[in-house]
Design a protein around this ligand. Sequence first.
Ligand SMILES: [Fe+2]
Ligand SMILES: [Fe+2]
Length: 155
Amino acid sequence: MKRLELTEDLMTGIKEIDNQHRELLALGNEVLFPDSGETTDRDILKVLNFLIKYVKIHFDAEELLMECNGFDRLEGHRKQHRRLRREVEGLADRAKQQGTVKGLANELYYLLHDWYIYHIREWDKAMAVYTSKTFQTFKKTVPEPEDIEFNDFEI
Ligand SMILES: [Fe+2]
Ligand SMILES: [Fe+2]
């Protein structure tokens, strides 16, 4: 497993979306590669919980962007989001039941890897190309990562 990175080829060119992708990967890295020593299972679960909430915020933002712009592949994209959310939420439920992400880290890694390599490259970039012309509507509605309070998401 290596750290998840938002490389140049994964940039959509939409600042808000790219910032959210970067934040999601940073959260994924926090869960997968916790600082050795001080980090407890509870800390990791808290980050995982925040990641789940952030995934929802991000997917909602993209779906709103596509709706506002009449994107013709919206339903297919939405289906992808639903599947990814189901998988990541299922994994988080199991982690919470166990009280640890130990034993689930590989699964989370491959899930995030699939999302950010395949989904961003195939789906988010297509969405960005299509919507780049009528982007004004969207700019007002998307929260920046720093607008979302970490402490809103206690476990
Ligand atoms: Fe997406
Ligand atoms: Fe995305």
